[in-house]
Design a protein around this ligand. Structure first.
Ligand SMILES: [Zn+2]
Length: 85
């Protein structure tokens, strides 16, 4: 294991209102919860259960989620979210 995991730091966000798509660079140390569409100036917010706008609208999930998906330690996926139905 000499290489770091190939985290993707760029995600293309597609606005659900005007279909404007923009490629944005994601911060690795924080989740971006709000994103203003450059096409229609709508302030996008993540869907319930998603941690950030990249998870909801982007082509690539945010870095922390990617790390989980790469299976660090092969943890069993849990369905315990903040919202219980
Ligand atoms: Zn838009």
């Amino acid at each position: 294991m000499s290489d770091a995991e190939p985290l993707q730091l760029q995600s293309t966000i597609t606005c659900p209102h005007c279909a404007e798509a923009r490629t944005e660079t994601m911060p690795t140390d924080a989740c971006q919860v709000f994103y203003e569409c450059q096409g229609c100036q709508t302030m996008l917010r993540p869907h319930e259960g998603d941690c950030c706008v990249f998870c909801s609208f982007g082509t690539v999930a945010c870095p922390p989620i990617q790390e989980q998906q790469y299976g660090k330690g092969k943890e069993e996926p849990t369905m315990n979210g903040p919202y219980h139905e």
